[in-house]
Design a protein around this ligand. Structure first.
Ligand code: SF4
Length: 290
């Protein structure tokens, strides 16, 4: 983004002009089968305690104040819709977004996504996967219905726990699980393909979380445990704030790879009994790219 374009510096919502909106993928998202990612803003006003993005620092295109004040402001790419209109190609398989929630709270005010969706309705790529945890996505339901008629559209809706106390502690600015379940139901009722994405897996009753996810969807479940350095030596990982909170609350085992595997197996067993799959990591997310 060009620094000259930054407006409202110091405020919660800032804007900047981006040179490009489609980034060729690498790592996790590329392994899942996406050719490009679209990140409509830098920084996310949900500010989840565990968010991996600020741990990427400069590699995530961030500036020092972004990772030091994660969640307190965001910088929208004001020309995102215009760029999407000119840069999208029919063969693109797009993941939106690996670095922010496109329907973060600030989007309610700024309204960037309608223009991006309009650009894709006009010039559809091969695949669009929208990764969100926000019922705000329903504001754009009519556009999503139109886009679904033009391309393979998938909404990947994040559910992280069935426990409201846990949700409040680790992601205090996010909507409740009940509100998210209602949003998933509404997307599905409108005919939009929607996957429940159990990621990252926070402390929960895994069987109950799986059952809730299975009840509101009719597609395979996706998931991912909290990233930890024990198995992922480099790249994005769980923020220190969440690691500290887990320690204080006696929830460290949710960061233990052995325990995480056990939880994944328990969720998978529930999904298989219902005739569905539960895929984790890039393989799990690959159902969104097909
Ligand atoms: S919604 Fe996603 S991108 Fe935003 S702070 Fe939470 S984990 Fe990070």
């Amino acid at each position: 983004m060009s620094p000259e374009g930054i407006a409202e510096a110091g405020g919660r919502i800032r804007t900047a002009s981006a040179r490009s909106i489609l980034s060729p993928t690498s790592g996790f998202i590329a392994a899942a089968g996406f050719s490009h990612s679209v990140t409509p803003s830098r920084n996310c006003t949900y500010g989840c305690l565990y968010c991996y993005v600020p741990t990427m620092r400069l590699h995530g295109g961030l500036r020092r104040e972004d990772w030091e004040r994660w969640g307190q402001h965001t910088t929208f790419k004001a020309n995102a819709a215009a760029l999407a209109a000119t840069q999208t190609r029919p063969e693109h398989r797009i993941y939106c977004s690996p670095l922010t929630d496109p329907y973060q709270p600030a989007e309610a005010e700024y309204r960037l996504m309608p223009g991006v969706l309009d650009a894709w309705i006009e010039r559809p790529p091969a695949v669009v996967a929208i990764q969100t945890r926000s019922p705000l996505v329903l504001r754009d339901l009519h556009r999503l219905e139109r886009l679904a008629a033009r391309t393979r559209l998938r909404v990947s809706f994040s559910l992280t726990t069935d426990n409201e106390d846990v949700r409040r502690r680790y992601e205090p600015h996010c909507e409740t699980t009940a509100e998210r379940l209602d949003a998933i139901r509404a997307l599905r009722a409108a005919g939009v393909a929607v996957h429940a994405t159990l990621a990252p897996l926070l402390p929960c009753n895994p069987e109950r979380l799986a059952e809730l996810a299975l009840e509101v969807t009719d597609l395979d479940l996706i998931g991912d445990p909290l990233h930890v350095r024990a198995v992922k030596r480099a790249g994005a990982t769980t923020r220190e704030a969440a690691v500290r909170l887990a320690g204080v609350r006696g929830e460290e085992r949710w960061l233990d790879p052995g325990y995480q595997q056990e939880i994944v197996a328990r969720i998978e067993a529930v999904a298989l009994r219902a005739g569905r799959r539960f895929g984790v990591g890039p393989e799990g997310f690959s159902v969104l790219a097909r």
